[in-house]
Design a binder for this molecule. Structure first.
Ligand SMILES: Nc1nc2c(c(=O)[nH]1)N[C@H]1C(S)=C(S)[C@@H](COP(=O)(O)OP(=O)(O)OC[C@H]3O[C@@H](n4cnc5c(=O)[nH]c(N)nc54)[C@H](O)[C@@H]3O)O[C@H]1N2
Ligand SMILES: Nc1nc2c(c(=O)[nH]1)N[C@H]1C(S)=C(S)[C@@H](COP(=O)(O)OP(=O)(O)OC[C@H]3O[C@@H](n4cnc5c(=O)[nH]c(N)nc54)[C@H](O)[C@@H]3O)O[C@H]1N2
Ligand SMILES: [Mo]
Length: 857
């Protein structure tokens, strides 16, 4: 055993210094041997962990002694040694910065190995050239993806910090992707800055003690916590079952959470939840099943909402019978759901809300949910909106459903600043292709509302932004360290087209693996995984305990890879600004500085911290006394108002009415929108559905985190992860109901294409009753494997064909699910004959497409 070294790493993907999935990594002879859960009890502080226990209805739910890590964490080491890793700097073979750039060949030409010296030379010269010719704001920084959690080493913000020294850059500002509907809609009814979801304090205790029923409404409590908090939320649901809390799943598919925990599945058509919600309100109003006294004291504008429900404003009474024709849920089921909800203490659970809050007009179902919760006395014990992941994240007042820890460790002191509110020049993520390639100038700018980075700054959706910003030129260079726009954002093919624009003179990508947007870069820098880096990190999202940890290097960097920060340092050195970038601080200095400002320094010394490698924060002594959810508002709305302008639930938002008087889509009160100016024909009722008769559900992937982990051989051999085609290629599954499959002569294992005007992507059919009729399901984020660039994809990355539109007129959110597609069976051998180059690309049966496929011979 003595030659085995153990390091501690958090293996979540939540971005900088938040983590989840703390694990112990055993290393032998410079190679990762195994990944084990982290044992909190082995690392308890002197004063003990004050282990918490939720006691409810005669049973107990306790903090675990070890971390409940996800399969992603366990399999991550395989990605370290993936044959798809980029090990050396690469240059597109026909990109000559001093001569022909052959921009039109991005995505088509292959790559050659170059030295770090040559790569950093080219990048430094390009930066200076662009600065001289157009100004620094013509360099576009894409630096916002999720990624292995790293604090010092990036990727988030490192190249931006370097460019700021030289005068600035244009920022790709993240839209509130995880929360679109809550952010654009729910905030206007209950406030809840920054992202618009409900108050979480102590809700695991509240639900366990007081709820009779929980509606998992667009929630897969098994799948999506894997990306953020491991198995903890699923374990909690087993506890709910043990104590008799009913778990109802409302979603188009029997997702994994539904399969494991659901007492009942209510299959709704994608993005028709608003109809279902209005019909529930209808039943309550008709049968006098809501809390009128609460509405009188806690809400404003309820009358306009009642008018919408009763059809006094639009002529459609939102009866359960009407809703049945829209959302596909039988009227009797809607009425039964409405009645049992009114009778019992009911909470609604989400991870983030499901794809319907990322579809067309997603603000409506989100604020309708709040409207319904309000009608049943939001905040009364057992009646709240419960979040099953992201404990303590994005909160202004340390919200969390799990028992509160003594404190939240904080590493902000050593993060590079990355704030949308301090940027003069930025582009929201949903409008990037337009900004890169469109015909915009100061005289004719691209405009939209909102410049958020996950909901911060909070007032931004009322602010109109212009690109190019005042005094700035348009974008001419892209430097990305999160190269997955094509696979994670809607209209990926349009992004590919945009990178062929003559405006974009140089594209630099930093990445670990050869995939997605990298295929269109001119220069690629090889980045290492977190196993190869020395860093400091914290875990505030796993649910059992918070912790701060030193992440020692597990193994030396593979090939010539460097961390994202070191990439920026290498270019800074060429530009003569290394000292300014580092501030004279070594990595070890930064680790110490992070610790000294983390909060943990009040409990142990830095020497002790280094010695024990981590500090686990005990549970707070008084956690059980925390007021749960919206209880304070429920019991005393005058003294504990909401953060809306009136302090109450605003069924009618005066602020929206005044700020956007012309907006016929997101109006001042929530309603059913069959179609509108922005999305005239994305529903099954439109004539367009004759050509594209299915609604596509594109969930967060069960076996990936967005685009990450797709090359993991251990997952790919699992039957539900990929469908093996007759040509041996592993296709991304497409779920289809037997009723539809029979009509189209599709059998499990057939290869199909999903298509609309935007193009087509392939998939492997999985015929199953786990998906309702009229709907097909394919998770998002499969690695791109182009057939015809900008037109078709073998990998099954469906965001390539998602509508290139925003949520609604004044809401620049994404539309990545719940849109119309057609589906048909294809013959892969025929396709292989028609597209020989794409179908003969180098391919590893276990991993899929590998870096060798893109290297020039
Ligand atoms: N169809 C559909 N699309 C969706 C959604 C949906 O529900 N349906 N949801 C949306 C949501 S909520 C989100 S958050 C977005 C997610 O979109 P992103 O956050 O953009 O997705 P990721 O694939 O996680 O992107 C992270 C990238 O960073 C890379 N990376 C990982 N570690 C490192 C590192 O250390 N250094 C560098 N340089 N790179 C690294 C990863 O390989 C990957 O390319 O997707 C959105 N898209
Ligand atoms: N394994 C894994 N975990 C992840 C991620 C990942 O990519 N993979 N991503 C992380 C990120 S960034 C985020 S934001 C969260 C996302 O967390 P969520 O937003 O909760 O995830 P989704 O997969 O979009 O949706 C959850 C469920 O909603 C249901 N659903 C889909 N469409 C509809 C609809 O129209 N109506 C209703 N009622 N239900 C619908 C589906 O059953 C789906 O399984 O997950 C995080 N965790
Ligand atoms: Mo997200």
């Amino acid at each position: 055993m003595s030659d085995i070294k153990t390091t501690i790493k958090t293996l979540g993907f939540c971005g900088p210094c938040t983590a989840s999935d703390p694990a112990e990594i055993d290393v032998k002879d410079g190679k990762i041997l195994r990944t084990r859960p982290f044992r909190y009890t082995d690392h308890a502080p002197k004063e003990g962990l004050n282990a918490w226990t939720i006691k409810a209805r005669g049973k107990e739910f306790r903090a675990k002694e070890k971390s409940e890590i996800s399969p992603f964490a366990l399999a991550y080491k395989q990605r370290v040694y993936s044959p798809n890793r980029i090990l050396y700097p690469l240059k597109r073979v026909d990109f000559d910065p001093n001569g022909e750039r052959n921009i039109q060949n991005r995505g088509k030409s292959k790559y050659v190995r170059i030295s770090w010296d040559e790569a950093t030379d080219i990048i430094a010269r390009e930066v200076l050239r662009i600065k001289e010719k157009y100004g620094m704001n013509s360099i576009f920084v894409q630096s916002d993806g999720h990624h292995a959690v790293k604090t010092i080493h990036g990727p988030r913000g490192t190249q931006g910090a370097l460019l700021d020294i030289l005068g600035g850059y244009t920022l790709q500002a993240r839209n509130p992707d995880s929360w679109e509907g809550w952010y654009w809609g729910a905030k206007h009814i209950w406030g809840q800055d920054p992202v618009g979801q409900g108050n979480q304090n102590n809700l695991f205790l509240d639900v366990a003690r007081n709820s009779d029923m929980v509606l998992f409404w667009g929630c897969d409590v098994v799948t999506t916590p894997w990306g953020w908090g491991g198995h903890f939320p699923s374990r909690y649901c087993f506890f709910l079952r043990d104590i008799g809390v009913r778990q109802i799943y409302i979603c188009p598919d029997v997702n994994y959470g539904c399969a494991v925990h659901g007492n009942k599945w209510i299959p709704v058509l994608p993005n028709t939840d608003s109809a279902l919600q209005l019909a529930i309100a209808h039943t309550w109003i008709k049968e006098d099943l809501y809390d009128q006294e609460y509405i009188a004291t806690h809400a404003v504008g309820f009358g306009t909402f009642v008018n919408q429900v009763m059809g006094r404003d639009d002529g459609i009474e939102k009866t359960p019978e009407w809703a049945e024709t829209v959302c596909g849920v039988p009227a009797r089921t809607i009425k039964a759901l409405a009645r049992s909800w009114a009778k019992q203490n009911t909470s609604i659970a989400h991870c983030n809300g499901g794809s319907f809050i990322r579809s067309t007009y997603s603000h409506e179902p989100a604020r309708l949910e709040v409207a319904l919760l309000g009608m049943q006395a939001l905040g009364k014990p057992g009646r709240n909106q419960l979040k099953m992941m992201e404990y303590q994240l994005f909160s202004l007042d340390s919200q969390m459903p799990a028992p509160r820890a003594q404190f939240i460790p904080d590493l902000v002191s050593i993060l590079f600043p990355y704030a949308a509110d301090t940027r003069e020049s930025l582009v929201t993520e949903t409008l990037v292709p337009e900004a890169l390639a469109g015909d915009y100038s100061r005289e004719n700018p691209l405009t939209w509302y909102g410049c958020t980075c996950a909901g911060v700054p909070v007032e931004d959706q009322f602010r109109k932004i212009e690109y190019p910003a005042p005094g700035c030129e348009r974008i001419h260079m892209v430097w990305t360290d999160s190269p997955k726009w094509t696979s994670s954002w809607n209209g990926g093919f349009k992004f590919m087209d945009a990178l062929h624009s003559e405006h974009i003179e140089c594209v630099v990508a930093q990445h670990i693996w050869m995939e997605d947007d990298c295929l269109l870069a001119d220069i690629i820098l090889p980045v290492n995984t977190k196993f190869e880096e020395y860093d400091i990190n914290c875990d505030i999202t796993s649910g059992n305990y918070n912790m701060l940890l030193i992440e020692e290097q597990s193994i030396p960097p593979l090939g010539e890879s460097k961390s994202d920060y070191e990439c920026a340092m290498a270019v800074a050195e060429k530009l003569g600004v290394l000292q300014e970038l580092t501030g004279g601080e070594s990595i070890a200095d930064k680790v110490k500085k992070g610790f000294m400002n983390s909060g943990v320094q009040d409990y142990i010394s830095f020497e002790e911290f280094k010695e024990q490698k981590c500090y686990v924060v005990p549970a707070a002594e008084d956690w059980e006394e925390d007021v749960a959810g919206f209880y304070a508002f429920y019991s005393d709305p005058e003294n504990f108002p909401l953060t809306t302008p009136s302090g109450k639930l605003e069924y009618y938002s005066q602020r929206l009415a005044e700020s956007f008087p012309e907006d016929t889509e997101r109006g001042p009160y929530p309603k059913w929108i069959e179609k509108g100016e922005t999305h005239p024909d994305e529903r099954l009722s439109t004539p367009r559905s004759e050509s594209y008769p299915f609604l596509l559900v594109s969930n967060h992937p069960h076996w990936r985190l967005h685009s990450q982990m797709d090359d993991c051989a251990w997952f790919r051999e699992i039957k539900t992860c990929k469908v093996k085609g007759p040509d041996g290629y592993a296709y991304e599954p497409v779920w289809i109901n037997p009723v539809d499959a029979q009509k189209l002569n599709i059998k499990s294992g057939d290869i199909v294409k999903l298509f609309n005007e935007g193009g087509w992507v392939l998939g492997g059919a999985y015929v199953t009753e786990r998906i309702r009729p009229q709907v097909v399901l394919q998770d998002h984020g499969a690695r791109i494997d182009p057939i015809v660039l900008g037109e078709s994809d073998r990998g099954g990355s469906n965001n390539l064909i998602a509508p290139k539109k925003i949520t609604s007129k004044n809401c620049a959110g994404e539309v990545t699910s719940g849109y119309l597609v057609g589906i048909e069976k294809v013959d892969v051998f025929e396709l292989a004959q028609r597209y020989p180059e794409a179908f003969s690309r180098k391919y590893d049966p276990e991993t899929g497409v590998i870096v060798d496929a893109w290297l020039a011979e």
